[in-house]
Design a protein around this ligand. Structure first.
Ligand SMILES: NC(=O)C1=CN([C@@H]2O[C@H](COP(=O)(O)OP(=O)(O)OC[C@H]3O[C@@H](n4cnc5c(N)ncnc54)[C@H](O)[C@@H]3O)[C@@H](O)[C@H]2O)[C@@H](O)CC1
Ligand SMILES: Nc1ncnc2c1ncn2[C@@H]1O[C@H](COP(=O)(O)OP(=O)(O)O)[C@@H](O)[C@H]1O
Ligand SMILES: [K+]
Length: 491
């Protein structure tokens, strides 16, 4: 954003003080539209974020709202913020003396994109007073103390009700804990031209239909079941078959024309008892799996749900990736497939780099991510976004790092961050369903980064539409209204 601001000003589109006035005006409009405020407190820092605060102070006063300004430090001399402060024509009190009425409206304009070190006791004490007073906090750009790049809290940060940011959302608006501290996020247009933002070659996106809708599969008029995409899912033995069936059912509902469940002989009967449209095939080891790959050339495989975290599961994953070369387009490695592959990670990632290797999609939750990428996971300086990107580059795979802020990262650096997640998905087996959706979209020839992103979005959308009481068994069926709405939107 700093670069976008700089280019906007350098190209003579608008000056710095005009950008600041536009930012202040957007925040003021949101406040006046939402909150009846007899009095507003504005917390101002020394930089441009504080400058936005002084503009808000002036505009609210003009609208008849009495304001009190509390400054952590004066604006830097002859800066835009100093101009804005002078225009506000109000005396600022020291932040250390902050005192607000219960339920007061407070504008947090201490620090934004320029946060350069952790906040200290001055700000922490101020935030504690706001918390105790039950203040309604409107954050300018970001809640002060939240790092814009990572969403991490540096020292301290308040919990805002509303955050007004400019031009585009930043990673901190989407990644935890920033996402929660921001409250509702409004993106205001302050006159930064779209082509300037586009010229920055930004590679990180909010995960929504605009990102992948154009590549979402549509069955051709002359489609037949195998041309619509064939997914193979590996089942565990008799005591743990459910996970693979959840994945297989989800793959079928997400549009795969055919789904084959590869089952050990001793679990065939139990799988057969639960399946109707899913094809069941015996597979007791690598030779039988390879027979299937050679005979049917499935478009995508799911390997991992329910398979157990033992070393054999990991070794099989490496063999499978090697055997699938030139035969299978894509392999989704999930759940125990990830955990068990950890000791063989180097071999696995090397196999993924071989010529004609299947493309690999890894779908770890936090625990699985830590096992497969221990060094990256342990690096506290990295955000979830950066961790996912590093892992994708290391594995030469799409990394779908799950959680309330699911990140999908590609080896080329592209990344999406989910914003439609719901805690309804925190139910056993929902990850198995997700792996099936990813495989189905891959099998239907959606490019891997887009397929993984779309799957995350659909999975959450299905859960939201279904609502409370959701269990993993419901999810494949719950995809239907989500798919129908998506279909209408893309038509
Ligand atoms: N022309 C522009 O660049 C625009 C900037 N805008 C606003 O400007 C903000 C960015 O402004 P700045 O780059 O001036 O940065 P900030 O205003 O976020 O903070 C920078 C100042 O705070 C100090 N500082 C940072 N962390 C501190 C800490 N923990 N304790 C004490 N002091 C600390 C820095 O040394 C610097 O003096 C954005 O978040 C946005 O609100 C908007 O006005 C739109 C236009
Ligand atoms: N609080 C939450 N908010 C949003 N999504 C969540 C939340 N908790 C879990 N999820 C999602 O639910 C799924 C759980 O997958 P996983 O952890 O693999 O569970 P399981 O192994 O039981 O299938 C993931 O897609 C994850 O992103
Ligand atoms: K702020």
């Amino acid at each position: 954003m700093a670069e976008a601001d700089r280019r906007t000003i350098a190209e003579g589109n608008i000056s710095g003080i005009e950008l600041m006035r536009a930012a202040g005006s957007a925040i003021t409009a949101e406040i006046l539209a939402r909150y009846p405020c007899p009095l507003a407190h504005i917390l101002c820092g020394p930089g441009n974020n504080g400058g936005d605060g002084y503009v808000v102070a002036r505009l609210l006063a003009q609208a008849g709202v009495p304001v009190k300004i509390w400054a952590s430090a004066p604006p830097r001399e002859s800066s835009d913020a100093a101009i804005a402060a002078a225009e506000a024509e109000a005396i600022a009190a020291p932040l250390a003396e902050l005192s607000v009425e219960p339920g007061a409206l407070v504008v947090d304009a201490l620090y934004g994109a320029g946060l350069s070190k952790p906040l200290g006791s001055l700000e922490e004490a101020a935030f504690a007073k706001l918390h105790d007073a039950g203040a309604i906090i409107v954050a300018v750009d970001l809640p002060s103390g939240v790092s814009g790049d990572s969403g991490a809290v540096l020292g301290a940060a308040p919990t805002a009700t509303l955050t007004v940011t400019f031009a585009r959302k930043k990673p901190a608006h989407l990644l935890l804990p920033g996402k929660v501290l921001c409250g509702e996020v409004v993106v205001a247009d302050i006159g930064i031209p779209d082509q300037i933002v586009e010229g920055l070659n930004v590679a990180c996106f909010e995960n929504d239909v605009r990102l992948w809708g154009a590549q979402f599969p549509k069955a051709a008029v002359d489609a037949h079941k195998y041309r619509r995409g064939h997914v193979g899912v590996f089942s565990a033995g008799p005591s743990a078959t459910g996970a693979a069936r959840l994945s297989a059912m989800a793959a079928a509902r997400a549009g795969a024309g055919a789904v084959t469940l590869l089952s050990p002989a001793n679990a065939l009967a139990i799988n057969a008892a639960h399946l109707t449209s899913i094809i069941l095939r015996r597979s007791d080891g690598l030779p039988e799996a390879v027979e299937f790959l050679e005979a049917r050339k499935p478009d995508a495989l799911v390997y991992g749900p329910g398979l157990g975290p033992h070393p054999e599961t990991g070794r099989f994953a490496v063999h499978l990736l090697n055997a699938a070369r030139g035969l299978v387009g894509h392999i989704v490695l999930d759940a125990d497939g990830l955990t068990a592959s950890a000791p063989f990670a180097a071999e696995l990632f090397a196999a993924a780099r071989e010529k004609d290797a299947s493309s690999l999609v890894l779908t770890p939750h936090e625990g699985e991510f830590g096992r497969l990428f221990p060094a990256i996971a342990a690096d506290k300086s990295l955000s979830k976004l950066e961790k996912s990107r590093k892992a994708a580059a290391e594995a030469n795979a799409i990394v779908l790092y799950k959680g309330a802020d699911t990140v999908v990262a590609a080896p080329d650096g592209r990344a999406s961050i989910s914003t439609n997640g719901t805690p309804l998905l925190a139910t056993a087996g929902s990850g198995d369903v997700l792996s099936g959706i990813v495989a189905a979209l891959l099998a239907q020839k959606m490019p891997p980064f887009e397929a993984a992103s779309a799957a995350v979005w659909l999975h959450a959308e299905a859960a939201r539409r279904f609502g409370p009481g959701l269990i993993a068994e419901d999810l494949p069926m719950a995809l239907l209204p989500a798919l129908r709405a998506l279909d209408a939107q893309l038509a």
